[in-house]
Ligand binder design. Structure first.
Ligand code: AMP
Ligand code: TRP
Length: 329
């Protein structure tokens, strides 16, 4: 058996929060020794909604710094920018000629996002999951670590790969989603019924991974909870359930263990205070390493170039196989 290939992508937009960190980045870092790892800054996905060009460029470099600060190690993993490897756009076209409209119209994230944008939603937003499938399939990926909101998109990549193989012969490796158990879905602190998201407004909505201890404290202490006291995960009490989920994700324990840990808490205030300390300590090394890297952007730029140079031949070989299979080469 050949080594597993892990691929994941993250958009260089908005500020990275603890949902991204526990739901995605932390798992990437932890799994680095067990597989070939390819991590992609998906700036072409970011363009599915309007972006300021200078801001996008800047955020792409900053996100690279953040991932390196979080522990992505270039001796074990490849880190690169999506648009630096033109095969992503190329494969996306061929796949779009195999995907059906019906299949795409079932994508729930598009439905949600496009409703908010009314008639202004871009075609790229609709075909976004095809570009994501291209990202994954280019590298003979076996495992795709993502939060559960992305699971449907990974299923689409599987479906497209299977259908392509059945029609044109075995070209693609069929990938599997790898959904983390704890922290799979961190909710907003201001509204625990909504997913913590990069784009949601409100200063107490999220904890950013680069937030200062004071900012973390303010956001966590003002987190919305109900008027109860008992520290137990319960769908009817989403606020405390979310705090327990964050605690579990940050300390690497189960929700049950988190409940047991707080069995003697006098109320939600105790949970919040301890959670502040844990988050401040968990994020401290990341914040410090990020400050060092930001002082040396040229090195990070060079690293991204090396990452793209290293993965490009794999991507090229896949696209050529696809073109040959389809009769375009
Ligand atoms: P995005 O912020 O949508 O670009 O997501 C980047 C990565 O973080 C993806 O793997 C998402 O599934 C994951 N993610 C985003 N928001 C959350 C959240 N609130 N809880 C857990 N994982 C998340
Ligand atoms: N769509 C993903 C998100 O918004 C990002 C992404 C793009 C991705 N390509 C990917 C994730 C490939 C995993 C694999 O979070």
């Amino acid at each position: 058996m050949s080594r597993p290939v892990v691929f994941s992508g993250i958009q260089p937009t908005g500020s990275i929060h603890i949902g991204n960190y526990f739901g995605a980045i932390k798992q990437w870092v932890a799994g680095q020794d067990d597989a070939e790892n390819i991590f992609c800054l998906v700036n072409m996905h970011a363009l599915t909604v309007p972006q300021d060009p200078d801001v996008l460029r800047d955020q792409t470099l900053k996100l690279a710094m953040l991932l390196l600060a979080a522990g992505i190690d270039q001796t074990k993993s490849r880190l690169f920018v999506q648009s630096h490897v033109r095969e992503h756009g190329e494969l996306s076209w061929y796949l779009s000629c195999t995907a059906s409209m019906g299949q795409m119209q079932r994508m729930t994230q598009y439905k949600e996002k496009s409703e908010a944008q009314r008639g202004e939603a871009r075609v790229g937003l609709f075909t976004y999951p095809i570009l994501m499938a291209a990202d994954i399939l280019l590298y003979r990926t076996t495992h795709v670590p993502v939060g559960d909101d992305q699971k449907q998109h990974v299923e689409l990549a599987r479906d497209l790969a299977q259908r392509f193989n059945a029609t044109y012969g075995d070209v693609f490796v069929v990938p599997e989603p790898a959904i983390p158990k704890a922290g799979a879905r961190i909710m907003g602190l201001d509204d625990p019924t909504k997913k913590m998201s990069k784009s949601a407004a409100g200063s107490y909505h999220a904890v950013g991974v680069l937030d200062s201890p004071e900012q973390i404290k303010k956001a966590v202490m003002s987190a919305q909870t109900d008027s109860g006291r008992e520290v137990r995960a319960d769908p009817a009490r989403p606020g405390i359930t979310n705090l327990l989920a964050i605690y579990a994700a940050a300390t690497g324990v189960t929700i049950e263990a988190a409940e047991a840990h707080f069995a003697n808490a006098r109320g939600y205030g105790d949970v919040k205070k301890e959670l502040v300390e844990i988050l401040v300590e968990t994020l401290r090394p990341l914040r410090e390493r990020y400050a060092e890297l930001s002082a040396d952007p040229a090195t990070v730029t060079e690293l991204l170039k090396q990452g793209a140079d290293a993965v490009r031949p794999i991507a090229r070989a896949t696209v050529d196989n696809v073109k040959r299979a389809m009769g375009a080469l």
